[in-house]
Design a protein around this ligand. Structure first.
Ligand SMILES: [Zn+2]
Length: 171
C-alpha cells in the first residue's frame, strides 16, 4: 500500500480516503493475505483512521506446543494528532510524563501516513496473549510416548519464539 500524503487528503471528497486491500503486510507472517478496508479522514488537527481487516496466522499453542491456525481480525479506529515534530519534541522536553507511545500517535501535518505500518501495529496488538489451540487441548500434561520426539516440538516452539523476537527487532 502506498503512503498517503497527508495534505492531499484535504483535497479529497469529504477529506477522506478509503483503501480496500488484499495482500501481505510487511513483517507479519500470515497464512492468508491480509484483507480488509482502511479509511483515513483528515479532521484538521488530526487524522481519524479506522480499519476492518482479517487474516489467518499460525500460532504455537502454549499448552501442547503444537502449531494451530488462528483467525486474526480487527475492527478498530484511532486518532492521530497532527503536530510538527518540533512541537512534539519541545513538549517531550518540557513534560516528563509524555511517553514514547504518545509520540508515536503524532504525525507532522505535511508528512505521510503509512497504512502498512499502522495495520501491522493494530494486527500485532490484536494477537492473543494466551495462545491455546482449542478448548479441548490436552496440554502437556498428557503422558507423552517416550519415542515421540518431544524435544523437537519444544525446539520448534523456541525457534518460533526466536523468529518472532528477531522480527520485532527488525522493526
Ligand atoms: Zn494445544
Amino acid at each position: 500500500m502506498e503512503a498517503i500524503y497527508i495534505p492531499q487528503l484535504l483535497k479529497a471528497p469529504e477529506r477522506k480516503e478509503e483503501i480496500k486491500f488484499q495482500g501481505p503486510i510487511s513483517g507479519l507472517d500470515t497464512l492468508t493475505p491480509v484483507q480488509g478496508i482502511i479509511s483515513v479522514r483528515h479532521g484538521g488537527t488530526f487524522l481519524e483512521v479506522s480499519a476492518q481487516a482479517e487474516t489467518i496466522i499460525t500460532l504455537t499453542c502454549d499448552r501442547c506446543l503444537q502449531n494451530y491456525n488462528y483467525r486474526l481480525s480487527i475492527d478498530t479506529s484511532e486518532i492521530i494528532w497532527l503536530e510538527e515534530q518540533k512541537v512534539v519534541a519541545d513538549r517531550f522536553l518540557s513534560e516528563k510524563e509524555v511517553s514514547l507511545e504518545d509520540l508515536s500517535e503524532t504525525l507532522p501535518p505535511n508528512g505521510h501516513f503509512q497504512p502498512d505500518a499502522w495495520l501491522y501495529e493494530q494486527l500485532y496488538l490484536a494477537m492473543p496473549m494466551r495462545q491455546v489451540c482449542g478448548q479441548d487441548c490436552q496440554g502437556a500434561d498428557t503422558p507423552v510416548d517416550v519415542t515421540e520426539p518431544k524435544i523437537d516440538s519444544r525446539w520448534s516452539s523456541l525457534a518460533a519464539l526466536k523468529e518472532q523476537l528477531s522480527k520485532n527487532y527488525d522493526l
